[in-house]
Structures are given as structure tokens and as C-alpha cells.
Design a protein around this ligand. Structure first.
Ligand SMILES: Nc1nc2c(c(=O)[nH]1)N[C@H]1C(S)=C(S)[C@@H](COP(=O)(O)O)O[C@H]1N2
Ligand SMILES: [Mo]
Length: 197
């Protein structure tokens, strides 16, 4: 009886797993290439391109409002993890600290190690997106992007840049690493926007 009960699919949970995805056990690490190592004290964050150039250090981010987030995480390689708990700075709060002209339409996120990923501003500057430095109450582990990463929960996780080091604001779309290598330019998991055709 119990076994039957536990096998019963949870319709509420099912609704949260996009098509073609399955639930991962644990929290897998997915990194292309080497894992860079950057101390909090050495970590620098730059904005450039159309934005007025600016540099931020760790303490600048710590002085911004800190928020808790619970978000589902969907990797295009078909695993999802629900209810990941993060702490960090909302993208919308960060944006108050920089000057971006209305001509900017896209952003290219740049990471330590060379990884990049692109987003239209309407996908980047959203209430649910954030810079994360804490995962499940602990400092963000290096393999998961510590000291700082972005999290963009409404798109596949390759848009969530680990070891983030800066944002380049553009008036056009420019493909990031995976986008140049066959991934979809937007990556909505509910539309299964996995690869470019
Ligand atoms: N800098 C950097 N960011 C990255 C990646 C990467 O290889 N380098 N991989 C992306 C991919 S494909 C996924 S699924 C998530 C994985 O995050 P995790 O390793 O914390 O699970 O990070 C994304 N951000
Ligand atoms: Mo991924």
C-alpha cells in the first residue's frame, strides 16, 4: 500500500518539470573546461560596452540589498533540480548602480575562464534573476560558480553564468560560448528551445 502511495506521481511536481527533463539526484556540476579559481578578495566585476564603464569589488556587492531566492534549475542536458536555495543580489537592485543607455538591447555575460552567454535585456533585467554568492546557506562552492554567479531561472541553466566577472551591454545580439556552438539563442525550457536548427 505504501509503495503504491509513494510511486503515485505528484501532479504538482510534474507541472514544474519542463518537457524532456527529469529530476536529478543531488546537484550536478556542469562546467565546460577548467574551473577558474578566484578569491573573494581578488574578485572584480566590470561593466562595459554601451554602459558607463564601472568596476565593483566584493564589498560593493555585499553593500547592496541581499535577497533569498528559491528557484528551479533546468540544464539542457535534461536534468532539473527543484527548489534550489540561493542568496544574493537581485539584477534589478544591481542595475540601480550602473548607467545603461536606452540604446542597449542585449547583454553578454563574461566569466573568469572565458565562458560567455548572451541575453536580451528583457530576459536579463527581471525581478527573479540574481547574482548568487550563497547556496543552501553556505558560501557558493567553487564548482557551482563561487565566489559569484548569475542565476536566470526562467531559461536553461547555461544562461546562469558561473564565476561571473562582468557584463558587456550591446545594441545587438552577440552569441556566447554555447550559442556559437549550436545551443538555442534564447533557451526557454518550457518551449524546449535546446538547440539552434
Ligand atoms: N562560467 C561558466 N558558467 C556556466 C557553465 C560553464 O561551463 N562555465 N556551464 C553552464 C551550464 S551548461 C550549466 S547547466 C550550469 C551548471 O551549473 P552547476 O554546475 O552549478 O550545476 O552552469 C552554466 N554556467
Ligand atoms: Mo547545462
Amino acid at each position: 500500500m505504501l509503495g503504491k502511495f509513494f510511486r503515485k506521481p505528484d501532479p504538482e511536481l510534474g507541472d514544474r518539470v519542463p518537457p524532456g527533463q527529469h529530476l536529478a539526484s543531488g546537484f550536478p556540476v556542469l562546467t565546460y573546461g577548467e574551473t577558474p579559481s578566484v578569491d573573494q578578495s581578488a574578485w572584480e566585476f566590470h561593466v562595459w560596452g554601451l554602459a558607463t564603464p564601472a568596476t565593483f569589488h566584493w564589498n560593493d556587492f555585499m553593500a547592496m540589498p541581499q535577497s533569498d531566492f528559491t528557484a528551479d534549475f533546468h540544464c539542457v542536458t535534461t536534468w532539473s533540480k527543484l527548489d534550489v536555495q540561493w542568496t544574493g543580489v537581485k539584477v534589478t537592485d544591481f542595475m540601480k548602480h550602473i548607467e545603461v543607455p536606452p540604446t542597449a538591447t542585449h547583454v553578454l555575460q563574461h566569466c573568469y575562464g572565458g565562458y560567455t552567454t548572451n541575453l536580451p535585456l528583457e530576459d536579463f533585467v527581471r525581478d527573479e534573476n540574481f547574482f548568487a554568492h550563497t547556496l543552501f546557506g553556505e558560501p557558493l562552492p567553487v564548482p557551482h560558480g563561487g565566489p559569484m554567479r548569475t542565476v536566470v531561472p526562467h531559461l536553461y541553466a547555461w544562461k546562469s553564468a558561473k564565476w561571473i566577472r562582468g557584463l558587456e551591454f550591446l545594441d545587438h545580439d552577440e552569441a556566447g560560448f554555447w550559442e556559437r556552438n549550436g545551443y538555442h539563442h534564447r533557451g526557454d525550457p518550457w518551449e524546449e528551445e535546446r538547440y539552434s536548427v
